[in-house]
Design a binder for this molecule. Structure first.
Ligand code: ADP
Ligand code: MG
Length: 614
């Protein structure tokens, strides 16, 4: 089970620290493996450009030697100018080749990085969308969005651009050091004396930075999830005039991120400063000692110049290597959660052996001794031994006090969760063994507050059906669902966009679209959570009428709030305290004068219900 705390917590270390330890930079590099060929090509280009970079000091040194050593005669000057021109020409060629190689390298690495991030996003998304419902009960959407958009960017840069820069700096350093050694090994040793010291510093610093970055990203995700929630509930926020509260809630989390970010900046700043000071000092040492060698005549001015230029190049590369190391550590920290998510295994298998259900698919659903508690609240037993049979084609109404577990039963039949104990079967096959796709073709659900997608009405109605749905069919089911009339009044008809979660439609309209969707799906088993007082009398009548049409000829489990529904059901089951407290027909239960009779008196016939309208 995913080791997260409950939503609402402000913990930054939501992930499991033990798991997280072995997620390092190597894992990030693995992501780039499919781009190996391109990266190899890019690396060749990179070596060419590095080589051209380190060749320049040689030519510059040669020019200086020509300038300082030419003989002071006309022929001498002539020859020197010619030699300089020759050297300049070489420099131009080297620069041209180098720039072309740089261009190729930059393009290839950047293209590879775009592919890496796109693939990572797609993988992560498809992995997340397949997780069990319980995972989403405890995970904030905003956090997942942050992982998907922010963290993947960090990884992208680490896996490619950083990689390219690292290779470039490494190549430059190695080639540069080679040239330096060729010139003077003791000057080289002097120049490189700081390297071990710096690399020691880098190690401990990198670890710290990785932790810090992990925390920063976690805090950023918390801030993002708050923004997501505020925008999602903007109507409620507005109706309570609570914008200021939301603002401060968001600001508070952003400030946490800011503090961590500032600490990170300071660490990076100190580190870069230290590295650059060390590099400068070693160059100063080189200059001092090199000047001495030159004055003593053991070295030419040109050689010294070339050497200094080399050590500058190498120094810059080493400095940028340490910078890259810190970026890599940041990426490793930031990406830890992405990899945790990618590694997460859903606690529910999506598909059993896709057992073909026989031709005689009557649509029988049976719950046998079902015990259940929500994974996010394991101590609270919601169902305590429910036994319930939905005979093929029969209509069973669930009634009972609010919080009694009615919706939970529907959730379990949809296999949003698995029971802790007991079995649920469809046509005598355990739900766990039925292929996920097949199961949801056979069972569909219309909930109290249907969720629509941000697309057209037609697309919403045909949602979930793979093959092209004919327009006549959409219209047919819309008529049956009492939706056609209002849909055709929209200027754009079935192409009308419904907005996010269907905000551009009324509650009753959304219900009827959802009913049309279920009609088109045409499942054998139907789970209905009856819409109640949220609807006005007229749309309630229309919705009810549509529901009646939908229920015809199917096995129906309806969570009933209206007396008429309950009366027309074949069986009424009263769910109280996680059990089926009473079961029988409406009249049988009334006669026995128990819980149900009391409920009917109190709730179902109370004022405000529209049971009189039908
Ligand atoms: P009913 O539909 O009968 O009103 P529910 O089945 O929705 O009741 O809820 C039964 C109990 O389960 C309630 O105590 C509720 O707080 C709890 N519950 C419902 N959904 C969840 C969930 N996703 N996570 C944890 N507890 C839940
Ligand atoms: Mg409910």
């Amino acid at each position: 089970r995913f080791n997260t705390k409950l939503p609402g917590g402000t913990d930054l270390e939501v992930g499991d620290a033990v798991q997280a330890q072995n997620v390092g930079f190597g894992r990030i590099l693995k992501l780039a493996r499919p781009e190996a060929f391109i990266l190899c090509l890019a690396t060749v280009a990179l070596f060419v450009s590095s080589l051209s970079n380190v060749l320049l000091p040689t030519f510059a040194g040669r020019v200086i030697d020509i300038v300082t050593a030419h003989s002071d005669t006309d022929e001498g000057r002539e020859a020197a100018l010619k030699a300089v021109n020759h050297a300049i020409l070489l420099i131009v060629v080297v620069v041209l080749v180098g720039s072309t190689a740089t261009m190729v390298r930059a393009y290839l690495f950047s293209a590879a990085s775009e592919r890496v991030v796109a693939r990572l996003k797609k993988d992560l998304f498809s992995h997340l969308i397949a997780q069990e419902i319980a995972f989403f009960d405890v995970t904030r959407t905003g956090e997942l969005l942050n992982r998907l958009s922010e963290d993947t960017q960090v990884i992208k840069n680490a896996a490619t651009t950083n990689l390219s820069e690292t290779l470039r700096s490494l190549a430059t350093s190695i080639i540069g050091v080679g040239f330096m050694l060729q010139t003077s090994w003791h000057l080289t040793a002097l120049a490189l004396i700081i390297v071990p010291a710096i690399s020691l510093g880098i190690r401990s610093f990198g670890k710290y930075l990785r932790e810090l970055s992990h925390k920063t990203q976690a805090a950023a995700a918390v801030a993002a999830s708050i923004a997501e929630e505020s925008f999602g509930a903007v109507r409620t926020v507005r109706s309570f005039a609570n914008e200021e509260y939301e603002r401060s809630r968001y600001a508070e989390k952003v400030n946490v991120t800011l503090q961590l970010g500032l600490r990170q900046s300071m660490v990076v700043g100190l580190f870069s400063g230290g590295v650059s000071a060390a590099a400068t000092l070693s160059i100063v040492a080189v200059v001092v000692y090199g000047a001495r060698l030159t004055i003593l005549g053991q070295m030419t001015t040109g050689t010294l110049t070339a050497f200094i230029l080399y050590s500058l190049t190498v120094g810059l590369s080493l400095a940028s290597l340490s910078g890259l190391y810190s970026t890599a550590m940041k990426a490793a920290g930031a990406s830890r959660r992405v990899f945790q998510l990618l590694d997460r295994v859903s606690s529910m298998s999506k598909a059993g052996d896709a057992k073909p259900l026989g031709k005689d698919e009557e649509g029988e659903v049976k719950l046998e001794n079902v015990w259940f508690s929500y994974p996010s609240r394991p101590k609270d037993l919601v169902l305590k031994g429910v036994n319930l049979t939905l005979k093929p084609g029969a209509k069973v109404a669930l009634v009972g006090p609010s919080g009694g577990g009615k919706t939970t039963i529907a959730n379990l039949v949809e296999r949003f969760y698995d029971p802790d104990q007991g079995v649920i079967t469809l046509n005598r096959i355990n739900l766990k063994e039925i292929d996920h796709r097949h199961l949801h073709e056979k069972i569909s659900i219309v909930s109290q507050e249907p969720t629509l997608f941000n697309c057209s009405i037609a697309e919403n109605i045909s949602y979930g059906l793979k093959d092209n749905v004919k327009h006549e069919d959409i219209e047919r089911v819309s008529r049956m669902a009492n939706a056609h009339e209002f849909v055709s009044k929209f200027p754009e008809g079935y192409e009308t966009q419904v907005g996010e979660r269907g905000v551009r439609l009324s509650g009753g309209q959304k219900q009827r679209i959802a009913i049309a969707r279920a009609l088109l799906m045409d499942s054998r088993v139907l789970l209905l959570d009856e819409a109640t007082s949220a609807l006005d009398a007229e749309s309630e009548f229309l919705v009810q009428d549509a529901m009646d049409r939908l229920m015809k000829g199917r096995t129906v489990l309806v969570i009933a709030h209206r007396l008429s529904t309950v009366q027309s059901a074949d069986t009424v089951a009263v769910i109280a305290d996680g059990k089926v407290a009473e079961q029988g027909s409406h009249f049988e239960l009334l006669k026995s004068n128990g819980l149900y009779a009391a409920l009917v008196r109190r709730q179902l016939q109370g004022p405000g219900t529209s049971s009189a309208t039908d």
